[in-house]
Design a protein around this ligand. Structure first.
Ligand SMILES: C[S@@+](CC[C@H](N)C(=O)[O-])C[C@H]1O[C@@H](n2cnc3c(N)ncnc32)[C@H](O)[C@@H]1O
Length: 219
């Protein structure tokens, strides 16, 4: 059975990002490390049929679209999707509205990508989320993600140990959200235990990225 507290928090997180869409790019973390990931992404070359989860305002969508034969980009915020569509209106790109804790894929993909999403998945939904990723992958399919563990003291309304944070928007409204401060080594081990062969690497700054596939025995 799903925990009611987590359900409420995830609904608040959806609402937070809906409200944040117009100012999302103003909050982009200005730290070194992103250029390194851009090189990782180029080398990974996300070709074939690609699925982008929690695409937001299309931060990575144009670059994914450059490599992909087809790209499906999904998010729970119509406001985010509107911005993303303005940034990428190629014919081979399709946007979809969906809640990742309810959504099920209708087909399988060669690559699943997610940027700045895994830290917003509560630990009690972590295994369920990775089952979804596995269900999205075609045989031989690959995964790539980037995220950060950056949380300000002001955000930590329940203390360091909690992954519930509070964010403020420019209109002064406050919103609860999830931010799990994954550490790359710990995250890699967690994924190995779930049957994934994924290397998770830190970059300069607060970022980390992961790339890999289901472990052979799990595939
Ligand atoms: C931190 S943003 C990441 C956006 C983009 N991928 C990037 O790298 O900048 C998190 C995104 O997750 C979306 N989101 C939040 N809860 C979601 C859910 N339950 N299902 C799908 N998307 C969700 C938000 O609307 C937001 O666009």
């Amino acid at each position: 059975m799903r925990d009611e507290g987590t359900e409420t928090l995830l609904a608040e997180q959806i609402d937070y990002y809906r409200a944040a869409a117009p100012e999302y790019f103003q909050g982009t973390l200005d730290f070194p490390g992103l250029d390194e990931f851009e090189r990782v992404l180029a080398e990974f070359a996300p070709s074939g049929d690609v699925l982008e989860l929690a695409c937001g305002p299309g931060t990575w969508t144009p670059e994914l679209a450059r490599h992909a034969n087809t790209l499906t980009a999904l998010d729970s915020s119509p406001e985010m999707l509107r911005v993303a569509r303005e940034r990428t209106n190629d014919e081979h790109v399709r946007f979809e509205l969906g809640d990742l804790f309810d959504w099920r894929p209708e087909r399988r993909y060669d690559v699943v990508f997610f940027g700045f999403w895994i830290s917003h998945v509560p630990l009690d939904r972590f295994a369920e989320f990775w089952e979804l990723v596995a269900d999205c992958l075609a045989p031989g399919g690959r995964v790539l993600f980037i995220d950060d563990a950056y949380r300000t003291a002001d955000e930590l309304i329940e203390g360091e140990e909690s992954s519930t944070i509070r964010r403020r928007l420019s209109d002064g409204t406050q919103h609860r959200a999830v931010k799990v401060p994954h550490e790359p080594g710990e995250l890699q081990e967690r994924l190995t235990r779930l049957g994934w062969d994924i290397e998770v690497r830190p970059t300069a700054g607060p970022f980390y990225w992961g790339r890999g596939k289901p472990a052979p025995s799990a595939a």
